[in-house]
Design a protein around this ligand. Structure first.
Ligand code: G3P
Length: 222
């Protein structure tokens, strides 16, 4: 059985920037070392190199562009992510939507740089399409629940179940993460019981007064 994976997206929250980013990364590393549950972080581009240098946890980018080195102002090619120490990347987050061609190009670039890939999706059909592309993970996140504090695990378990089934049908090697409003060990347990490998979350940890306490609760029922 694959070990559970918890991925924390820092987005552009102030609470995920500067010293506060270190506070979360330090907590994630401590909890991962104590429990063996894999915990990754997806900080902003400006924090990525520093996070990858100082912590041993997996560090993901929040986005990748399917372009090479060259004249691409404002883009982020795969080689820059690997040089900065990233081990993976989100692709097509709800807050950074891409066209199908851009998703495919970003995925191909990430794969050729040996980066882990998480394609985010907003519904079961999108999960099926994303899984057919063969990323490492698909993360199902209903947009209306993102940042709401209402967990997809309790509010819409059907979308998780349907996504797990769709991914399994399209490509059984693709693992599924559930995201949106995830905040407790109970949410994680439900996602795992529905067939997910783990969760993708942000505000529940990043905006918490005590991120380490939330992380310990998140892994408590893995
Ligand atoms: O990438 C994670 C995300 O979009 C979910 O956000 O704040 O609902 O955990 P949140």
């Amino acid at each position: 059985m694959t070990s559970p994976f918890i991925l924390i997206n820092f987005k552009t929250y102030r609470e995920g920037t500067g010293h506060s980013a270190d506070r979360i990364a330090r907590a994630a590393q401590a909890v991962m070392e104590d429990t063996g549950v894999e915990i990754g972080i997806a900080p902003s581009f400006t924090e990525l190199r520093r996070m990858a240098k100082h912590y041993t946890i997996p560090v993901f980018a929040q986005h990748i562009d399917g372009v090479d080195a060259g004249a691409h102002t404002g883009r982020i090619p795969a080689y820059m992510l690997t040089m900065a120490g990233a081990s993976g990347t989100l692709i097509n987050h709800s807050e950074r939507r891409l066209t199908l061609a851009e998703i495919e190009a970003g995925l191909a670039a990430a794969e050729s740089a040996k980066l882990q890939t998480v394609i985010c999706t907003n519904n079961i059909r999108a999960t099926a399409g994303a899984a057919a592309l063969g990323p490492s993970y698909v993360a199902i996140e209903p947009p209306e629940l993102i940042g709401s504090g209402i967990s997809v695990a309790t509010a819409d378990p059907g979308i998780i179940e349907g996504s797990v089934r769709a991914a399994e049908e399209k490509n059984p090697s693709v693992k599924v993460l559930a995201g949106a409003g995830i905040h407790s060990g109970k949410c994680v347990r439900i996602a795992l019981d529905l067939g997910c490998t783990g969760v993708l979350l942000a505000s529940g940890v990043v905006k918490a007064d005590d991120p380490e306490a939330v992380l310990r609760d998140l892994v408590s029922r893995c």
